[in-house]
Design a binder for this molecule. Structure first.
Ligand SMILES: Cc1ncc(COP(=O)(O)OP(=O)(O)O)c(N)n1
Ligand SMILES: Cc1ncsc1CCOP(=O)(O)O
Ligand SMILES: [Mg+2]
Length: 216
């Protein structure tokens, strides 16, 4: 992996993505971080700007305590207002150039590439910091997300940026995704809908820790 990557993205592991709104959001996130999540995304598709600002501000503080980058889904202004580490954007969201102009050179800008290596190359050339692929399996969180093949991860691993896999991941189906080339596995429901969030996250992190020869 290139040494030009942001330091925070040089490892491998679990990328936990919130499923709110929920009353116990902060406790839920704290449990995921205690379970070993390496990245945290605040994903809240509601339009309640006041609550979103309050929640993202508190999450930035929780993540800072764990040394985990907070990524905001979709909303560059919210990322800027909260001092988050970065933003995740898809094809319907702002461009990398707009996000970079707002957040600066050190921000993490992650992009969705779905199943497209062509889009991945373009996003890399535009300055993305990681490339997201999926859904890898049908997802109850995003039921209309098309499913892509594991082979895309293997090819994407040659592009020189961290590869993030998302969609329908569970502790039982994620090993093949890691073996195919994913550096990070992004998970919503199998973590945040679990009865024990910390234990559920740990089941994913163990998939990385169990790999011989991998320096975390
Ligand atoms: C890590 C990661 N990968 C993909 C997505 C999906 O982004 P997008 O396609 O913009 O869809 P929404 O999440 O905004 O519904 C993501 N959020 N995170
Ligand atoms: C945001 C997103 N993009 C593709 S699938 C997905 C949802 C992932 O959620 P889950 O881990 O519950 O399948
Ligand atoms: Mg989006």
């Amino acid at each position: 992996m290139s040494t030009l990557l942001p330091t925070q993205l040089r490892g491998k592991g679990v990328y936990a993505i919130t499923d709110g709104p929920r009353d116990d959001l902060f406790a839920a996130v704290e449990a995921a971080l205690a379970g070993g999540a390496r990245l945290l995304q605040y994903r809240d598709k509601t339009t309640d700007a006041e609550r979103r600002l309050q929640e993202a501000t508190e999450l930035a503080s929780i993540c800072a305590r764990y040394g985990v980058p907070l990524i905001i889904n979709d909303d560059v202004a919210l990322a800027k207002a909260t001092g988050a580490a970065g933003v995740h954007v898809g094809f319907q969201d702002v461009s990398i150039a707009e996000a970079r102009a707002a957040l600066g050179p050190d921000a993490i800008i992650g992009v969705s590439c779905y199943g497209s290596l062509e889009r991945a190359r373009q996003m890399r050339d535009e300055g993305a910091d990681y490339l997201g692929f999926g859904a890898m399996y049908p997802s109850t969180t995003k039921p209309h997300a098309p499913v892509t093949t594991h082979d895309v991860l293997t090819q994407a691993a040659q592009l020189g940026l961290p590869v993030v896999a998302i969609g329908g991941l569970t502790p039982d189906n994620t090993k093949t995704v890691i073996d195919a080339g994913a550096d990070y596995v992004a998970v919503v429901s199998a973590i945040f809908a679990a009865p024990d969030i910390q234990a559920a996250t740990r089941r994913f992190t163990d998939l990385f820790d169990a790999r011989p020869g991998i320096i975390q």
